[in-house]
Every structure is written in C-alpha cells, then in structure tokens.
Design a binder for this molecule. Structure first.
Ligand code: MN
Length: 246
C-alpha cells in the first residue's frame, strides 16, 4: 500500500478583479508532491484548518508529513519580539504546522522538514531561530542564491553516523542549493545537528530518539530530478511511512 504523505503549503493570496476583497488559500510547489510521488507515496496538500480536533483526525489518516519551505515563523513562538529583517509571517500556518508536528510525534509517524520545515520543527521542540542571517549570523556564505533552483551553491559537511548520511549516498561532503535567510540558532534538545555549512551554520537535523524525524535547510525537491542523490530524502520518508509505527 502506498503511504499517504501530507504536505503543508504557503499562504496563497488570490486577487479577484472587481469582486471585493482578496481570497485566501494555500499554495504548494509541484516539486514537493512530485518528489513524494516519484518515491512511491501519495502526496496530499493540507489546507489551513483551524480546529485541533480536525488536525488530530487528519494526522491519524496520514502516514507521513512533509513540512515545506515558505514564510518566516512568528518569533513570538520562541519568545522573541520581531526584529528588523524578519520577513512575512503567517500565524495560521505556524499554528497548523505546530499542531501537526505534535500530533505526528505523538503517533510516532515520520516527518521530513524542508527549509522553513526545519525551522518550524526546531521551534516546535523548544529551539530558537536567527530571524535574519545577515543581521545576526557571523558567517559570510550567501544562503540566498541568485542562481536557478536546481543549481548547487554552498557546500555542507555531513555527520557520518546519521540517517541523513545514509540517505544521501554516504558522502561526507556535498553541495546544495540554498534559499533561506533564517536558520536554527539554539537547537532543540531532542534534535541533533547532522549537517553544517563550512562556517558551522546548521543545515540538517534529526531527532535523537524518534525513528524518522529529519530536516534539511536546503531544497531537495528542486534537486532530485537533476541530482539523484537528493531523491534519497523522499525515498527515506516514503519508506519510513510505509512501515507501521512501533
Ligand atoms: Mn544554506
């Protein structure tokens, strides 16, 4: 049976000409869904539902969760005021994703976080973020590449005793794409770092005890077609979601 993988999406604002106020919805880049599909899973984009009970009911039906990239997290969720450099915040998205993470964790189901997804996972488990790397981080590496989405930009080092290492073809060094201006600052206690850029910024994390709670700061959904090593992340999520939780 193919596992059902939920995918969270960005806020989509639809401008309707001469028909009153804007319409709000959810948007998801095809690359996430196609990555899941090509790995043998059934992808499903999740709308911004509001009730805890329906989030819980949805999580029961999902076999796995992909937290996608997108807007900045509301810093109040890690006890900070917004700082200059913070981008767009979507409180309803934060709320949905935090609830989903706790439900999936409680049900011991797999989670793959991508970019913002890694940041949300870290905050959900008690960590904090750099609200804006240019203003708060000492490093000089550019994390918002100007090249096309599937271009490999900065390098990362990967911990060899990690799931990430096994999923990415057992290589200690890789180059990735990079489209983020935020990053993990204080890491949550239940996560461990498993990848870093060459200045020490965290680029990959996994849960210390849960079997498949893993996240990366780059965008493998834009890479798996052209750089097959990154397809391993989708295969890993689908495979972990195919095995009943123990
Ligand atoms: Mn980066």
């Amino acid at each position: 049976v193919q596992p059902l993988i939920g995918i969270t999406g960005m806020r989509h604002v639809i401008q309707v000409k001469s028909a009153g106020p804007v319409l709000l919805g959810v948007a998801s880049a095809d690359d996430y869904a196609l990555g899941i599909e090509s790995a043998g899973g059934v992808p499903l984009v999740i709308p911004y539902i509001e009730q805890k009970s329906s989030v819980a009911a949805l999580a029961k039906k999902l076999d796995g969760l992909l937290l996608s990239g997108g807007e900045d997290m509301d810093p109040i969720l890690f006890d900070e005021n917004p700082r200059s450099g913070l981008g767009q915040v979507v409180p309803e998205r934060d709320e949905l994703e935090l609830a989903l993470i706790h439900e999936m964790l409680g049900q011991r189901k797999p989670i793959l976080g991508i970019c913002r997804g890694m940041q949300v996972l870290n905050v959900a488990l008690g960590g904090t973020l750099y609200q804006d790397l240019d203003r708060q981080w000492r490093g000089l590496i550019a994390h918002q590449q100007k090249a096309r989405r599937d271009h490999l930009s900065h390098g990362i080092r990967i911990e060899s005793k990690s799931q990430l290492y096994d999923l990415l073809g057992r290589q200690k060094y890789l180059r990735t794409n990079s489209f983020h201006h935020q990053a993990v600052r204080k890491l949550a206690k239940s996560l461990r770092p498993v990848a870093w850029d060459e200045e020490g910024l965290i680029e990959g994390v996994e849960h210390v005890s849960a079997s498949f709670i893993l996240a990366v700061q780059w965008h493998p959904e834009n890479l798996w077609r052209t750089h097959s090593v990154f397809h391993g992340l989708f295969k890993g999520l689908v495979e972990a979601s195919s095995t009943p939780a123990t």
